[in-house]
Design a protein around this ligand. Structure first.
Ligand SMILES: *Cc1c(COP(=O)(O)O)cnc(C)c1O
Length: 365
């Protein structure tokens, strides 16, 4: 099936899949990341041999040697994307090539082999095809896909692994927010940063998340929903949330988002919003924006909206920002006009309810 690599997926259907009535039960209110499908995709990599043994098989626990290098040195990367049910009943992915390319970029940074784009796309297509009944029918529901790669060589020496396991698992998810997106409150991390210049901030790797968890707990302790990080050098510029990029909207109708300088994860939602906004004639700057400026602009009314964005929650309005010196509220504290508009524009394209002039939607049937 994968002409340029000669790798085709062997399909070994789950012999005891979840019964239809039980599946329906689990899909009523799946939440996020708890309900999993019947199958998974697996491809192996061995130095000298390359990618091999591509398979779709029953989802099952992994058997791993405790000396597998990922367990010690965290050579791991992942992706996050969704399969949607279209308005006409079909199934589609949103910009899957962008995820495939970012997966290669992440692999390069972590000294891992780059998975050919065609194998990535085929693994996702095949998995969605066999587990498509797990896409919730409910409004806003989707199948969250989690491609990932781990270092599987059994060796405690510190070096890039000579063996890897690439897999895709799928999870049925409901609307991230029921009844529209409520605004979130942010805690500006004081003691911790997410990524330093020369570090792994632009790679989608588990390590970045591990190091963000303490800052996230601190945010919760301060009564906030999410943490937002400042840059590691000057501790002055807004970077992003633990797993979402950030946008600022001004009273002249323009938008701003921090530039991709290597410490920020290049979100596909971020990129899509930049393109949609620019073709709509909105002025969008990719420039550094400081915490002090944010506070001052929110107070003067020059800043009217702020929102976070990413695949899981799409677009989330930011209502309040807290620091040890005090907090400030953005606009009316709820979802602003441009935030709401950007969110609908994106969701409508993803679900086939609006024209797709960029060819972002890949139909699977
Ligand atoms: C995945 C991720 C995002 C959002 O990327 P999308 O492609 O839009 O889902 C933003 N920030 C971080 C740190 C991420 O890991």
């Amino acid at each position: 099936m994968t002409a340029n690599t000669g790798l085709s997926f062997e399909i070994e259907a789950n012999a005891s899949p979840v019964a239809a009535n039980e599946r329906a039960e689990r899909l009523i209110d799946p939440g996020f990341g708890r309900v999993f499908t019947d199958h998974m995709a697996v491809v192996r990599y061995t130095e000298g041999q390359g990618w091999h043994s591509a398979k779709i098989q029953a989802r099952a626990p992994l058997q791993m040697d405790p000396a597998s290098s990922v367990l010690h040195y965290a050579q791991e990367i992942f992706e996050g994307m969704k399969a949607y049910r279209l308005a006409d009943g079909g199934t589609a992915l949103f910009r899957p090539e962008a995820n495939a390319r970012r997966f290669q970029d992440s692999a390069r940074r972590m000294a891992m082999p780059e998975l050919p784009e065609e194998i990535f796309l085929e693994s996702v297509r095949r998995l969605v095809e066999i587990d498509r009944d797990w896409i919730p029918e409910s409004d806003g529901g989707s199948l969250y896909l989690r491609p990932f790669m781990i270092a599987s060589e059994v060796f405690l020496g510190v070096k890039p692994s000579s063996e890897y396991l690439y897999m895709v698992i799928a999870s049925s998810v409901g609307a991230y927010f029921k009844g529209g997106a409520p605004s979130v409150s942010l805690w500006v991390s004081q003691d911790y940063t997410r990524a330093a210049p020369g570090g792994t901030g632009a790679a989608k790797c588990g390590g970045n998340y591990a190091s963000s968890l303490l800052a996230q707990s601190e945010a919760i302790r301060h009564g906030c929903d999410q943490v937002v990080f400042l840059d590691a050098v000057e501790r002055r510029w807004i970077e992003e949330l633990g797993g979402m990029n950030i946008f600022f909207v001004f009273d002249d109708g323009s938008m701003l988002t921090p530039p991709l300088t290597g410490t920020i994860l290049p979100g596909i939602t971020r990129d899509s919003i930049l393109k949609l906004a620019r073709e709509q004639g909105i002025t969008v700057r990719e420039e550094p924006y400081s915490l002090d400026q944010w506070r001052a602009d929110a107070a003067s009314g020059r800043l009217t909206e702020s929102f976070a964005c990413g695949t899981a929650a799409v677009v989330t309005p930011i209502g309040k920002v807290s620091t040890p010196e005090g907090s400030f509220t953005i606009g009316g504290g709820g979802a602003g006009q441009l935030t709401t508009q950007m969110r609908s524009r994106l969701v409508e394209i993803q679900r086939g309810q609006a024209p797709d002039p960029h060819g972002w939607v890949t139909r699977l049937d």
